[in-house]
Design a protein around this ligand. Structure first.
Ligand code: NAD
Length: 480
């Protein structure tokens, strides 16, 4: 029997009040990789109380002092990269090479916000009244409750807690229930980094119950969430009752647009990155591929060639480029989208099936898939597929593809491949998306703003933009 992993509240590793437990499954093999304690609102409340007490002293530390803890954590995460990456890969199937990249990105976030903590400036504003002076200060929001998804189980945590801690907030985190083990390892490193008790707390538990405590508890001043648009809306509605701040990083449905003048090899490489990274389970994943009419055959052939050489397998195998889906439900959704497209006239030119031979049979594997003749009526055209499927849509002109690309409630990421400089500008301005990759299939960087338009979210993570999310603006008027 594996050792029971606990949650971290007020500087101590504790079991859930209710005594429940949860098994964590490796999606490559179906094997149990860990057992964790599984709590509810009672544990969340304890953690919020601890964070509330800790806020009083943490927020009073100088930025330089807070920065030291974050820098310690940066070094610990970097040194632990192999172990952390192994855990990420084991609990969610991510290819090891990508998991290492995720862990290094996690470390980079702690480093970035160790630095950013020292750059929170207020300002003085000229007054229109001669005997008054206007001072504008920035102060931490207070206790932050954060909820993260399973697809980037450590980096999503870092992107929330690093700027919050840098700004002087204290945090209670709830990771996704399918990937708590990497969050637990991260919190072991947080403990080693010496953060005072109660400053960073980990609650693993029943999502609705913990979520209700996060949104309803008056001590929480901000809720930061990454996950589906459906849950984001629920949390926003619930947070309205106590007028809490919210930051929401939600779903996406990225268009990837290839014009006939594009470098097709670069476009295929960019598409592979944007579509198949994390087995298509990214919010910024391509979900609609628009290819200009004249190059549909040439482009599809190159894409299929690339996919023939893509190694699908156990995430922990170094050669693996495409891993399993996170669970049976995730796999069934992908297969349903493929099936629905076929029924509505879509043509499968590569893949299309669950992989079941040999070792594949134990996990949740789907062939990388390319579907031609995709139309607006298909689920794949409208819903987030979250899997390794490329739906191809032909277009004729720039104005037409802009309209098609924007015709969605999502607005997270979009991609454009073209060699025409003027078109690069026109497209980047016309696309209603928070992130636009121009000849770039992997635009994310620690210092750049990350977030969506429309129903893809509110607020930004990344760089100095994230700091603003955790700061209140205070106006002090001096009469002299
Ligand atoms: P999800 O919304 O089901 O779950 C996300 C988190 O919310 C998990 O921790 C889950 O336990 C929790 N949760 C679920 N129901 C809840 C409730 N009623 N109250 C409180 N918490 C609840 O999403 P998922 O399937 O884990 O993740 C995939 C989704 O996340 C996709 O839609 C993807 O696009 C999105 N995502 C967005 C970004 C971004 O930055 N915009 C990044 C990664 C993933």
């Amino acid at each position: 029997m594996a050792e029971l992993k606990k949650m971290y509240i007020n500087g101590e590793w504790v079991e859930a009040e209710g005594g429940d437990k949860l098994e964590v499954i490796n999606p490559s093999t179906g094997e149990t990789v860990g057992i964790v304690t599984f709590g509810d609102s009672r544990d969340a409340q304890k953690a919020i109380d601890a964070a509330d007490v800790a806020f009083k002293s943490w927020s009073k530390l100088t930025a330089r002092e807070r920065s030291k803890y974050l820098y310690n954590l940066y070094e610990l995460v970097r040194n632990d990269r192999d172990q952390l990456a192994g855990i990420v890969s084991a609990e969610m199937g991510k290819p090891l090479r990508e998991a290492k990249g995720e862990v290094l990105g996690t470390a980079d976030n702690f480093m970035w916000y160790a630095e950013e903590a020292k750059r929170v400036y207020g300002e003085t504003v000229p007054s229109s009244v001669p005997n008054k002076r206007i001072m504008v200060n920035k102060q931490p929001v207070g206790v932050v409750a954060a909820i993260t998804p399973w697809n980037f189980p450590v980096n999503m945590v870092a992107r929330k807690i690093a700027p919050a801690l840098a700004a002087g907030c204290t945090v209670v985190l709830k990771p996704a229930e399918s990937t708590p083990l990497s969050a637990i390892r991260l919190f072991e490193l947080i403990e080693q980094a010496g953060f005072p008790k109660g400053v960073v707390n980990l609650v693993i538990g029943e999502p609705e119950s913990v979520g209700q405590e996060f949104t309803g508890n008056k001590k929480v001043r901000k809720v930061g969430f990454t996950g589906s648009t459906r849950v984001g809306k629920l949390l926003m509605e619930a947070a309205a009752k106590t007028v809490k701040r919210v930051s929401l990083e939600l779903g996406g449905h990225a268009p990837f647009i290839v014009f006939e003048d594009a470098d097709l090899d670069a476009a295929v490489a960019g598409l592979f990155e944007s579509k198949f990274r994390n087995t298509g389970q990214q919010c910024i994943c391509t979900n609609r591929l628009y290819v200009q009419e004249s190059i549909v055959s040439a482009f599809t052939e190159k894409l299929v060639e690339r996919l023939k050489n893509a190694k699908v397998g156990d995430g922990r195998d170094k050669a693996t480029e495409i891993g399993p889906l996170v669970n049976e439900r995730g796999l069934q959704k992908v297969l349903d989208h493929i099936d629905d497209a076929k029924k509505k006239g879509g043509k499968i030119v590569f893949g299309g099936n669950r992989l079941t031979d040999g070792e594949y049979g134990k996990g949740f594997f789907c062939e990388p898939t390319v579907v031609l003749d995709v139309t607006k009526e298909m689920k794949i055209y409208n819903e987030e597929t979250f899997g390794p499927v490329v739906p191809v849509v032909a277009f004729r002109e720039e104005a037409e593809v802009i309209e098609l690309a924007n015709d969605t409630d999502y607005g997270l990421a979009a991609y454009v491949y073209t060699k025409d400089n003027s078109r690069c500008f026109r497209m980047s301005e016309a696309l209603e998306y928070g992130i636009v990759g121009i000849n770039d299939g992997a635009p994310t960087q620690t210092q750049a703003p990350f977030g969506g338009f429309k129903e893809s979210g509110i607020g930004r993570e990344g760089g100095r933009y994230a700091m603003e999310e955790f700061l209140e603006t205070k106006f002090v008027s001096f009469q002299i």
